[in-house]
Design a protein around this ligand. Structure first.
Ligand SMILES: *[C@@H]1O[C@H](CO)[C@@H](O)[C@H](O)[C@H]1NC(C)=O
Ligand SMILES: *[C@@H]1O[C@H](CO)[C@@H](O)[C@H](O)[C@H]1NC(C)=O
Ligand SMILES: *[C@@H]1O[C@H](CO)[C@@H](O)[C@H](O)[C@H]1NC(C)=O
Ligand SMILES: *[C@@H]1O[C@H](CO)[C@@H](O)[C@H](O)[C@H]1NC(C)=O
Ligand SMILES: *[C@@H]1O[C@H](CO)[C@@H](O)[C@H](O)[C@H]1NC(C)=O
Length: 950
């Protein structure tokens, strides 16, 4: 017989089946037929039933089919979780020997066949977790015969539970949970004396619990949770002495709790929550010796919590929240073996007292929402296993005991909405496990400890509505798991660390109602913030807030060396300002704005410079032309030809080159190349060596008159820290500048190309820093901007005295164009003030101060102003800022010094360097101020180092 013809027959058969089923057993193939009809009626998307082959007379081998070994009749059909859909086939009614039918966890739909339980051998029926609907036919339970367990749980069944359920006297387990059964619970259900487990939870049953409960004495499990049952819990319940679990939560039961509950000596779980129970919890609760879990939450219970609970040795979990319990926190909370206690939202009062040695089993304690007063007990640290601690919404006062750090497993600490004050203990972050720290709505003050960065597991940090001051610790930005950060409504100052922008998980961020200043760092995260997260910070500006930032900030630096600032944002907390700031010692304070902002601007600057440099490099192809000095060009020429060159000695006198000097200005005597030209060494006739700079920017050089005027000015500004200009030479096609020859090489070589053994000592470095400052200050006094501060432009003479070279050359250009500057000041990467990148900002001596700041940091750290790593560009000032923030200045200082430097000098110089590299030009000090500061910093030896360890 082919499959198609069989199927045709089968569809006919299924029509006739109700009649066939009653016409007595047809021994051989009823089972095969029944199963094939079943298969034909369901859809089997994953072909689990492919082994069900109509050619076989032996269905016992088919998937999910089990047979009696003697009779070979089908006794078990277990097809759970196979994604079968369709209706429940009447073919099943042919399986007359079936004992167990399990079709749970499929997608079967339609109604439950009314005569399913008539299968005369059926013992277990499980149709749970399908999509069956409609009401149960009233005949369903009519003939139960041997049926022991029925589960129709988790379907969409409606209507009432048929009253004849009481006929199924063989039933031991009935599970109708998670349907939409409504109407009253039939009283006949208690007739089921053999019933051990009754689960009617999550339905819509209403009315009172019918009387007669005491008949069903075998009940071990009774679950009526989540219905709308009303009236009282019958006192008869006490007769169910075998009951292990009783759950009537989430109903509308009222009245007092029957005393008889106390006789449920086997009961392990008692769930009475979310009802309308009133009255007290009587002492009898102590009689429920087996109790492990007690849930009386969300009722209207009152009075004191009975201490007899202490007798319950197996008790692990107690939920008493949302009642009206009064009195103190019962002692058993800390003394018995309970692991989870929740008594939140009651009316408990008094203080929290641990009896000294306490149960270490407690790992969850919620006492929030009471009227508790007094302190957070320091001996809370005895509760070693505590993971969750919530004392919020009480009237606790005082501070957070430092012992809290001993709770090594604590994950949640909620002390919000109390009257706590003082600062947060800095070792709160010994709690590396801490995930949630909620301290909002208290009166905490002081700074947020930087050590908060040690709480690496934190996902939520709420410090809002306190009196915290100081700055936002940068260390918060290392909390990679942080999702929620609320610092709103405090007195926090300083800038928003841009690093927050890169916290990967952060979804909630609020710093509104503080005293923050500066520009909101641009970056994806901050850009997407609602204004309300930043509002009411008068000093905060940026696109997100629709407030444009003033181009020039008011100067927030304290740079008067003689003032002893006590308001120093860079000092760490807990340092007594009077000891920290010895008079005459200065600690430069820089605003957070200066300290943190603007790496983005720097990055942009570098990009521009790099691009321009690249372009220039590729264009600049002219080789160093050999210049013959003997052809008369460079001899002091009396020629009157207007076009011929004139070698002029500054200050008068002769400039005569020696015979040797008549050699070529060629590669052999080349000293170096810069953005403005090539430098050659030669010797004057009197034996004096000189350096000659041949300008390579001839096309850009000004007219002869302008050139002479500028150069003469350079010649006048003599200073021991400037390379002296001896003379110049001008024709329209060739310009030379003649300088003193400085034998010691440039600073770059000394810093970056020397070994540890002959690297500059601290003293030498300080001298150079000071010397350069003096030279630069001298230039500025004469109105000359250097434009090209970098370590290759600082030369050292034989005695180590620094001398600035190449000053003012930019002034020789016809137009002070920033592009020209950028292209000419090659290799000045990292020294360029950010305003070079900005069309509108005027280039002033403040640019030099930026470059000087970078130079200072370069001297201290021995590192390049910009370092190119594999896929990163590291900007020196930024690293230094971060290290300073994190108090790691010592690590910064050049390793080659081997720690041989006075920190009380190094620290303020680092800060000085940072001030000089402020993004905002007006925030940078004047060079004369810098000199003064340096002279003050140079303190006599032997002063206590600690004083400046700030
Ligand atoms: C049901 O079957 C799916 C896939 O066959 C499986 O992943 C899942 O664990 C099963 N569920 C149960 C409760 O057995
Ligand atoms: C079962 O039914 C549910 C709800 O209708 C549906 O989401 C799911 O995809 C179905 N599963 C299968 C295997 O058909
Ligand atoms: C009743 O069935 C539901 C759904 O399958 C299940 O979660 C629950 O544990 C069952 N109840 C009992 C007492 O076994
Ligand atoms: C309990 O609720 C029923 C109605 O559901 C009401 O008739 C009865 O008065 C209530 N009893 C108490 C003690 O509130
Ligand atoms: C901190 O709270 C305690 C206890 O309420 C109080 O005595 C003390 O004055 C408070 N301290 C401050 C600075 O507010």
């Amino acid at each position: 017989m082919s499959l198609s013809s069989l199927l045709l027959l089968l569809s006919l058969l299924s029509f006739l089946l109700p009649f066939l089923a009653q016409s007595g057993p047809s021994p051989l193939n009823d089972d095969v037929l029944g199963l094939i009809v079943f298969k034909a009626d369901v859809s089997d998307p994953f072909s689990h039933l492919s082994s069900w082959n109509e050619d076989s007379d032996h269905p016992c081998n088919w998937l999910g089919v089990g047979c009696d070994p003697k009779s070979n009749r089908v006794t078990h059909l277990t097809l759970s979780n196979l994604s079968l859909s369709g209706k429940l086939s009447r073919g099943l009614l042919l399986l007359q020997y079936l004992k167990t039918l399990d079709l749970s966890r499929n997608n079967l739909t339609g109604s439950v066949p009314p005569d399913l339980l008539r299968l005369k051998n059926l013992e277990n029926l499980d149709l749970s977790e399908n999509g069956l609907s409609g009401s149960l036919p009233s005949s369903f339970f009519e003939q139960c015969r041997l049926v022991r367990s029925v589960s129709l749980a988790s379907n969409g069944l409606t209507g009432s539970i048929p009253g004849n359920v009481g006929n199924c006297l063989s039933l031991a387990s009935l599970n109708l949970s998670h349907n939409q059964f409504s109407e009253a619970l039939p009283g006949s259900i208690w007739n089921l004396v053999g019933l051990r487990s009754l689960d009617l939870s999550y339905n819509a049953l209403f009315g009172d619990i019918p009387p007669g409960m005491n008949t069903s004495v075998n009940l071990r499990m009774l679950n009526l949770r989540n219905n709308q049952l009303t009236g009282q819990l019958p006192g008869e319940i006490g007769a169910l002495v075998l009951l292990k679990s009783l759950d009537v939560s989430n109903n509308l039961l009222n009245g007092t709790l029957p005393d008889s509950i106390g006789s449920l000596a086997a009961c392990q779980y008692l769930g009475l929550s979310s009802n309308l129970f009133i009255g007290v919890v009587p002492i009898w609760i102590g009689g429920m010796r087996s109790l492990e879990s007690l849930d009386l939450s969300w009722n209207k219970l009152s009075g004191e919590i009975p201490s007899s609970i202490n007798n319950l040795h197996y008790l692990r979990e107690v939920r008493l929240s949302r009642n009206s319990f009064t009195g103190g926190v019962p002692a058993w909370v800390f003394e018995s073996g309970v692991e989870r206690v929740s008594i939140s939202d009651n009316m408990l009062s008094g203080s929290i007292q641990l009896a000294g040695k306490s149960s270490s089993g407690l790992h969850f304690l919620d006492l929030s929402g009471n009227s508790l007063s007094g302190w957070v007990p320091p001996d809370i640290s005895y509760l070693k296993n505590l993971q969750f601690l919530n004392f919020s919404h009480n009237s606790l006062s005082g501070d957070i005991p430092a012992t809290i750090g001993d709770l090594k497993l604590l994950e949640t600490l909620d002390l919000s909405s109390n009257n706590l004050n003082h600062t947060i203990p800095s070792d709160i972050c010994e709690l590396a496990s801490l995930k949630v720290l909620n301290l909002e709505k208290n009166s905490f003050y002081g700074e947020i400890p930087t050590q908060i960065g040690k709480c690496i597991s934190l996902t939520s940090l709420d410090l809002s509505e306190n009196n915290f001051s100081g700055r936002i610790p940068l260390s918060i930005s290392s909390l990679r798991n942080l999702q929620r950060l609320d610092l709103s409504r405090n007195k926090i100052t300083g800038e928003l660390p841009k690093q927050f922008s890169s916290l990967p998980q952060l979804t909630y961020f609020n710093v509104s109602h503080n005293k923050l200043t500066g520009q909101v760092p641009s970056g994806t995260f901050f850009d997407s913030l609602p204004q309300s997260s930043l509002s009411d910070n008068e000093g905060l500006c940026g696109a997100v807030l629709n407030i444009s930032c003033p181009a020039v900030m008011p100067k927030p630096i304290v740079l008067n060396p003689n003032s002893s600032s006590s308001n120093n944002p860079l000092t760490q907390p807990n340092v007594n300002p009077t000891t920290a700031l010895h008079h005459k010692k200065i600690i430069l304070s820089i605003s957070t704005l200066v300290a943190i902002g603007g790496a983005a601007i720097i990055a942009v600057g570098i990009l521009t410079i790099t691009v321009l440099n690249f372009r220039v490099r590729s264009n600049e192809s002219q080789p160093a032309t050999a210049l013959d000095l003997s052809d008369g060009y460079l001899s002091q020429s009396p020629r009157s030809d207007a076009n011929s060159g004139k070698l002029v000695r500054i200050g008068g006198g002769d400039l005569e080159f020696s015979a040797a000097g008549h050699a070529l200005l060629n590669k052999d005597c080349e000293l170096g190349r810069g953005g403005f030209g090539t430098v050659y060494k030669t010797v004057l006739r009197d034996g004096q060596p000189v350096a000659i700079k041949k300008l390579t920017v001839s096309s850009l050089v000004k007219s002869k008159d302008d050139f002479e005027r500028e150069v003469r000015l350079f010649g006048k500004v003599k200073h021991r820290n400037l390379v002296g200009l001896k003379g110049y030479y001008w024709t329209s096609s060739l310009q030379l500048l003649i300088y003193d020859y400085i034998p010691g090489g440039n600073l770059y070589k000394h810093l970056h190309e020397s070994s540890a053994s002959d690297s500059l000592s601290w003293l030498e470095r300080f001298d150079i820093i000071l010397g350069v400052a003096k030279g630069l200050a001298h230039l500025h006094r004469h109105g000359i901007v250097h434009y090209n501060i970098k370590s290759t432009n600082v030369l050292l003479d034989g005695s180590g005295e620094p001398k600035l070279a190449d000053y003012g050359l930019a002034k020789l250009l016809p137009m002070l164009d920033r592009y020209v500057l950028c292209s000419k000041i090659q290799s000045a990467l990292g020294y360029m003030a950010p305003e070079f990148a900005c069309k509108t900002v005027k280039i002033t001596e403040k640019c030099d101060i930026f470059g000087y700041g970078v130079l200072v940091l370069e001297m201290l750290t021995g590192r390049h102003p910009v370092e190119y790593l594999e896929d990163d560009v590291v900007v020196l000032c930024d690293i230094v800022r971060v290290c300073l923030e994190e108090g790691r200045v010592e690590e910064l200082i050049d390793q080659r010094l081997g720690g041989d430097f006075p920190l009380e000098e190094a620290m303020p110089i680092v800060k000085l360097g940072l001030v000089c590299t402020s993004q905002v030009p007006s925030n940078r000090p004047d060079m004369s101020e810098v000199v003064k500061i340096l002279e003050v910093i140079r303190s006599p030896q032997g002063s206590p180092v600690e004083e400046l360890l700030v």
